[in-house]
Unconditional design. Structure first.
Length: 126
């Protein structure tokens, strides 16, 4: 199913359009949509797509977004948070590649049909 056909995905794409995550190389957000089952956890889905061997850590929504309170685009990040909370359930944020120079960040949750969806970005941390 194309993302344009799923209103939740369209809302995420619109909220993240031209928004970059502040790090050593301000990276854009890209949307993802993974088929899921009601039995798979967010971590299981992420390990299938992001690599089983990489170090993975969870970050709370409050912690992630409060770190962006002083960002140049702080109002847009607050709006993004509201869209994520309105469009997805079982929300979670993972940092994949802890200790590496490039850390993948996944803001993810479930769509009404049980699929996993959300936004991905990178944080360069040297």
């Amino acid at each position: 199913m194309a993302s344009q056909e799923v209103p939740q995905l369209q809302a995420l794409a619109t909220a993240a359009e031209n928004l970059t995550y502040p790090s050593e190389s301000d990276e854009p957000f890209d949307m993802f949509h993974w088929k899921g089952s009601s039995k798979s956890s967010a971590e299981q889905a992420l390990r299938r797509h992001a690599g089983r061997e990489r170090q993975m850590g969870r970050v709370s929504f409050d912690e992630f977004f409060s770190a962006l309170d002083d960002a140049d685009n702080a109002p847009r990040f607050e709006a993004l948070r509201r869209v994520l909370e309105a469009q997805l359930r079982e929300l979670t944020i993972y940092r994949v590649g802890e200790g590496e120079a490039e850390v993948d960040i996944y803001l993810m949750g479930r769509l009404p049909d049980g699929d996993w969806a959300g936004l991905h970005t990178c944080s360069v941390e040297t």
